[in-house]
Design a protein. Structure first.
Length: 362
């Protein structure tokens, strides 16, 4: 199952609206088939593994990270292929949260006389499909907020210098993360200050969809993310009252403009934006700032996971910007709590990851 999980990870960020899935076929202690689901419309992991195993699959064991599908979608049900192949036992990581499947696939296999065991490496396999499950439940993308910060919580100096707070190992990890998400998002402040390419710079990687939140439509048409050679689309979220001239200019530069009604503060309604991204089957969103956008997303209950690269430095002072800029919480009982915390050393930095315990605030 561990190897099946690693196979599934090869396609993270590429399978929407489906989840990443990996499969292994074992016979007499030897692996005879491997497979993973590469993208929507392509065969599922089980099918690739069965094709590699061929006739040897009869009487063999199948290990698959997610419950096999039992319905017709863009591809036929995997349960039928498993039954036809003569698989003897099926070991499943976790049940599919999709109501079209949830438990039905396991039931069909058992009705065919196949031994089925569910819950092998359940924590790991549920983590693998967390963005998919969140999208199924809420219609919005699972959101990871990422930031490089000093030990006193600063994301830049008082003059705005931020490159580089994190070390080379942390930056490499961040690009691997970009490779595994469906979309990444920044605010207009980040675009104007840093002119980022918003690309994935690792060998064999691919750029996720780029999203810019720009209520006043100040994105310059010559921005790096619009002029670089990339197949990834750029979406700019702005207000429905934005000047037509600016909209058309950015469209000619290659951007797609999403227009929304303003929220109570006069900015882009983030909840509406998140739902639009979900409608586009973007399951995992990487939010990279800036401070005002991140604060609004946190207060709006839109951030699910926090990932900090903690650099061993102190900036001090009151005018160096922090990672969340907006009205402060006044009472400790209202503070956002993190759970399932884990830490890992990356070069001279420490990476801290945690889940936001509550994703809503009045």
């Amino acid at each position: 199952m561990d190897e099946a999980i690693e196979l599934a990870r090869r396609a993270e960020g590429r399978t929407a609206p489906n989840p990443p899935v990996g499969a292994i076929i074992l016979r007499e202690g030897l692996i005879i088939g491997r497979g993973f689901h590469p993208q929507a419309g392509r065969p599922h992991a089980e099918v690739f593994a069965l094709e590699e195993a061929g006739e040897k699959a009869r009487g063999a064991d199948l290990y698959v990270t997610l419950e096999p599908c039992s319905h017709f979608g863009k591809t036929p049900p995997c349960t039928e292929a498993i039954i036809r192949a003569g698989i003897r036992r099926v070991f499943v990581g976790c049940v599919d949260p999709n109501p079209l499947v949830s438990g039905r696939g396991l039931e069909k296999l058992r009705e065919a006389g196949i031994e089925v065991y569910c819950g092998l490496r359940e924590i790991e396999t549920r983590g693998l499909i967390e963005p998919f499950a969140h999208h199924i439940r809420t219609g919005r993308p699972f959101t990871t907020f990422k930031s490089a910060i000093s030990l006193d919580g600063r994301i830049a100096t008082s003059s705005g210098e931020s490159q580089w707070i994190s070390c080379e190992e942390s930056r490499r990890h961040a690009h691997h993360l970009r490779n595994r998400v469906d979309a990444m998002m920044v605010g207009i402040g980040t675009v104007l200050e840093d002119d980022p390419r918003l690309s994935c710079r690792i060998e064999g990687g691919r750029d996720p969809v780029r999203v810019v939140v720009d209520s006043q439509l100040r994105t310059p048409p010559e921005a790096a993310m619009l002029t670089q050679d990339s197949e990834a689309p750029t979406l700019i979220a702005t207000l429905e009252t934005s000047p037509v001239r600016k909209v058309e200019k950015l469209q000619r530069a290659g951007a797609e403009i999403l227009q929304f009604k303003p929220d109570a503060s006069g900015r882009v309604d983030l909840d509406a934006l998140w739902r639009e991204l979900g409608r586009r089957n973007l399951q995992h969103l990487l939010l990279e700032g800036g401070g005002t956008l991140s604060h609004s997303a946190l207060r709006g209950g839109l951030i699910n996971r926090i990932l900090f690269y903690l650099a061993p430095m102190l900036m001090g002072g009151d005018d160096a910007p922090g990672m969340f800029r907006g009205p402060a919480i006044r009472r400790l009982e209202d503070a956002f709590r993190l759970e399932n915390l884990r830490m890992e050393a990356l070069g001279r930095d420490m990476m801290l990851v945690g889940e936001v315990a509550s994703c809503s605030r009045d």
